[in-house]
Ligand binder design. Sequence first.
Ligand code: NDP
Length: 272
Amino acid sequence: MLDRYIVIGNPISHSKSPFIHTAFAQQTRQAMEYAALLAPLDGFKATVKNFQLLGGKGMNITVPFKLEAYRLSTRLTERANVAQAVNTFRFDGDGILGDNTDGIGLVRDIESNLSIPIEGKRILLLGAGGAARGVILPLLQKKPLQLSIANRTRHKAEALKIQFDVYGNITAGNFTEFSGKKFDIIINATSAGLHDELPIIPVDIFIHANLVYDMMYSSKPTRFLALATQNGASRIADGIGMLVEQAAESFYLWRNIKPQTKPIIALLKALI
Ligand code: NDP
């Protein structure tokens, strides 16, 4: 019997997690299988419980269930507790350990894979959903000069500022409030791209950016990254590296083995 894992979300057909975890399992010779499962928008808890009852060992959680996953966890790692968002479950008997590996995935991609230090940088984070929550603490732990959080719905950005203020220098607002400001690193953590939309942002924010990072990914530059390039961004990166790095950290939580990420990132980039 192979140990069973899934990624659960809505939508889910775009997910590359089954490919990544299957490659990790082959690389590290683990007896496991990993699939994608669509959960109804009002059926997250029932879908999780059913998979757990059937003997599932763990799962990844993606849009839009990360906050619900936090509430469903019976134990939390410290980073998931601070983020109040969960992207990884490990089933320990009847219990559910909730973790959040998004932040470490993003930081490893920016610093190790893209070789851009975060310390001393001015960072703009667009979005205030589950992904944004997960990356704030790991970003602040790298000691940026400032972290600005901008969101379409302003009060959600403000709530994150209040929640994370003790960990670093944070400002918050809606998108237009950051027009004319200088940023070194801009990170798109909105889900606009999933619906083929663009966040309505002032394009002058891109002029000084050394890195514009989109957590989304696609075969050609995402609409967000194309907009950044047209408006002066000197370097762009999509979320493939983060995706593989966060997956590697989930894999480590489940299997206690760290897979090599660089060959899988290269493989995925060639396939997409
Ligand atoms: P959530 O549903 O939790 O949050 C969505 C966020 O996007 C909210 O801040 C929302 O703003 C904003 N948003 C949605 N549509 C628009 C729009 N048209 N214009 C402006 N803002 C918009 O999603 P997640 O935080 O979980 O995921 C966000 C993105 O990050 C997704 O695309 C996901 O695929 C990606 N991601 C990638 C990862 C990777 O490893 N590469 C890992 C995790 C996430 P509002 O509050 O106003 O509704």
